[in-house]
Design a protein around this ligand. Structure first.
Ligand code: NAP
Length: 308
């Protein structure tokens, strides 16, 4: 247990956290990055990253390793630990993991969001092998294939429309007989000749040994069960921001995103949020990294003002 007070602690080790670490490191803040249980965040599960400027074709894990090494070169300390409790009512702020208390003058929250999972057999095992949660990341690998999108919201329609650029056919599987997506996206999806819909149907299993070969489906109204052959399935059934830790201490919107102003400030002075914990719109590694950098610039300025 240490009572050392850090200038800044960054929670989360995805692109937003590591970009914040680079900027805070270069500002001589000696930042501590607490990684969470899964180093690297969502991008760490991406097989090839082709949409991060200056980085082409390597894997998600390679991208986060490069970002980590660059941040460390400028003094960032990366610690594998998982914060279970925060106290933002006292300053310095107190963060507690299972065995350690951390104290910090400023805090950048970059703990991201998790894709909502279907929770069916095969989903975890085949993630990155035909199961994807990100059409922008992985759509390119399904050129001329028949693929499936699960979900009926705006994200699912956007994913389906985007995937028609590559796929031969995109089948949207939705658990009800009407979409949740807004009228504009619905219209665009329904008039796209490459998109077909299977209504009132849920996925009960994803088939495949080393790669997806098909889905077990069930019509929730008739009870009919059948196998749908496909090479890939994009699951777009919403995101869950990892904001539970901050409930009751920070302003959080009804979807669970931490509320910030344009400068990424939360309602608690000295606390910023960056990346998918606060972003319900863009959700890209590059936009998250930009937000992380911005939050670190803000933190440095604020700490300077406090000293002044
Ligand atoms: P969402 O609106 O929560 O939609 C999730 C969809 O997945 C719903 O159709 C839901 O079915 C379905 N679903 C949820 N859990 C499921 C499960 N276990 N099995 C099968 N289906 C399941 O999520 P989203 O589409 O990611 O959108 C999130 C927010 O971002 C929304 O406010 C949306 O408007 C916004 N957004 C906007 C845009 C845009 O305007 N361009 C783009 C993307 C996202 P039910 O319909 O039956 O509940």
């Amino acid at each position: 247990m240490s009572n050392e007070v850090r200038e800044t602690i960054i929670l989360g080790s995805g692109p937003s956290g590591l970009a914040a670490a680079l900027y805070a490191g270069r500002a001589n803040l000696n930042p501590l990055v607490i990684t969470g249980n899964e180093f690297g965040g969502q991008i760490n599960t991406t097989s090839e990253v082709e949409n991060y400027p200056g980085f082409s074709g390597e894997t998600g894990p390679e991208l986060v390793e490069v970002m980590k090494a660059q941040a460390e070169r400028f003094g960032a300390e990366i610690k594998l630990d998982y914060i279970e409790k925060v106290d933002l009512s006292q300053h310095p702020f107190k963060l507690s993991s299972h065995g350690t208390d951390y104290y910090t003058k400023s805090l950048i929250i970059a703990v991201g969001a998790s894709y909502r999972k279907l929770g069916v057999p095969g989903e975890v095992e085949l993630t990155g092998r035909g199961v994807s949660y990100c059409a922008t990341c992985d759509g390119f690998f399904f050129r001329d294939r028949d693929i499936v999108v699960v979900g009926g919201g705006d994200s699912a329609m956007e994913e389906a429309i985007f995937l028609t650029k590559f796929a031969r056919k995109v089948t949207v599987i939705h658990r009800r007989d009407e979409l949740r997506a807004g009228p504009l996206l619905q219209k665009r999806a329904k008039k796209n000749e490459k998109i077909e819909f299977i209504w009132d149907t849920v996925v009960t299993k994803i088939n495949g040994e080393n790669a997806v070969t098909g889905l077990e489906l069930k019509n929730v109204k008739t009870g009919e069960i059948w196998t749908h052959q496909t090479d890939g399935v994009f699951i777009a059934i919403g995101h869950i921001p990892n904001s539970d830790l901050f409930q009751g201490q920070l302003d959080i919107d009804e979807q669970g995103f931490v509320v910030t102003d344009k400068r990424l400030r939360t309602n608690v002075k000295g606390v910023w949020a960056a990346g998918e914990i606060t972003d319900s719109v863009f959700r890209q590694a590059i936009t998250s990294a930009g937000m992380g950098a911005a939050a670190a610039i803000e933190a440095e300025r604020w700490l300077g003002e406090q000293e002044g």
